[in-house]
Design a protein around this ligand. Structure first.
Ligand code: ASP
Length: 330
């Protein structure tokens, strides 16, 4: 009989760990709050003990809006140690869905290990009918035992679907199928308790962080109809180290932004991405002032398919790695 694989389950919090709050009289207060431990979550998954020897560990119990890049660095250290010392054959990270795509992408940019690393969470808290937490944990543990997934870098498993960190986005506030791979196919799915790969994605670059203190201030601004662009001034006066602009369509900004934009570019790297959900920013099609050819000539770096939040992490991590800011290889 094959040896049972050892899978570490690291909990950060999120809806999956939430239950109705209690007020000081012990009565149910308003709304759900993080309170369920990593052990309790894993114990509530029927059949998990047949898949792997699961080692739950709670490092935080918070809503995912409160996570930040230092938590990604903490996860990197934990996972590297588990992999290097042969303690775990795979790692599952459980957190809130609100920032899961950013945490997964940032970790993917920093981590280089030979074991599967899977993020999961839940859209429904444990007290709700048809809570999706237990099946997501089960799917994630199954995925973490599937060695070939390590080649895809960090992935997200939700609703039995496996998504590469660079493509995944939360696209719905409520649906258990909220996570989709935009700009690329799903890596695979769980079917009858097994991983089926469909479009295996290859892990790309990873960055060596050389300076994480202080965390670089990198902003994100979105172009909107008729906006005069005054906010650009803020990033200069507040000494930001980088800026990402979610431009219209294929990468277009109002002409009236250009004088201020030139001042921003003189101070910091600026990445150009699209506020449109799918498709890369263009580089060589439109010739008017404020269109992508002009913006790139002024010094903006095109983001490829990365959306604003992911381009911001890419820029932040490139700065932390002391790397020249170049077009992401996606
Ligand atoms: N709604 C969130 C979740 O799905 C809460 C959070 O992200 O922590 O977990």
């Amino acid at each position: 009989m094959d040896k049972m694989l050892s899978i570490s389950v690291v909990l950060l919090g999120g809806t999956i760990s939430m239950a109705p709050s209690k007020n000081e009289k012990g009565n149910s207060g308003e709304g759900v709050v993080p309170s369920i431990t990593a052990d309790e979550l894993c114990n509530a998954v029927p059949g998990i003990e047949k898949i792997a020897s699961v080692k739950p560990k709670c490092i935080k119990l918070i809503a995912s809006a409160n996570l930040d890049i230092m938590d990604v660095i903490l996860l990197k250290k934990i996972i590297e140690e588990l992999a290097e010392k042969d303690i775990s054959d795979g790692v599952v990270i459980i957190q809130g869905t609100d920032t899961m795509e950013e945490m997964a992408f940032a970790l993917d940019l920093m981590l280089d290990v030979k074991i599967p690393v899977i993020f999961t969470g839940a859209m429904r808290s444990a007290n709700m009918v048809s809570a999706d937490g237990p099946s997501n944990i089960l799917g994630a543990v199954i995925a973490a035992t599937y060695k070939p997934l390590a080649n895809s870098g960090v992935v997200v498993l939700m609703n039995d679907e496996i998504h590469a960190a660079r493509f995944v986005q939360k696209c719905h506030t409520r649906d258990v199928g909220a996570f989709k791979s935009l700009n690329g196919g799903k890596v695979g799915q769980i079917c009858e308790g097994k991983v089926l790969l469909s479009a295996p994605v290859k892990k790309k670059q990873s960055f060596q962080i050389v300076n994480a203190h202080p965390v670089p201030k990198v902003g994100l601004i979105k172009a909107t109809l008729g906006d005069p662009g005054d906010l650009l001034e803020y990033y200069i006066s507040e000494n930001y180290q980088g800026l990402v602009i979610e431009a219209f369509g294929a990468g277009h900004l109002p002409e009236k932004w250009l004088p201020l934009l030139d001042r921003v570019i003189a101070k910091m790297p600026v990445i150009l991405c699209s506020r449109t959900a799918e498709g890369p920013v263009f580089e060589n099609s439109y010739g008017y002032p404020g269109a992508e050819i002009d913006l790139i000539a002024r010094g903006l770096v095109p983001a490829g398919i990365l959306d604003g939040p992911k381009a911001r992490l890419y820029l932040m991590i490139s700065i932390m790695a002391g790397q020249e800011i170049c077009k992401p290889d996606y």
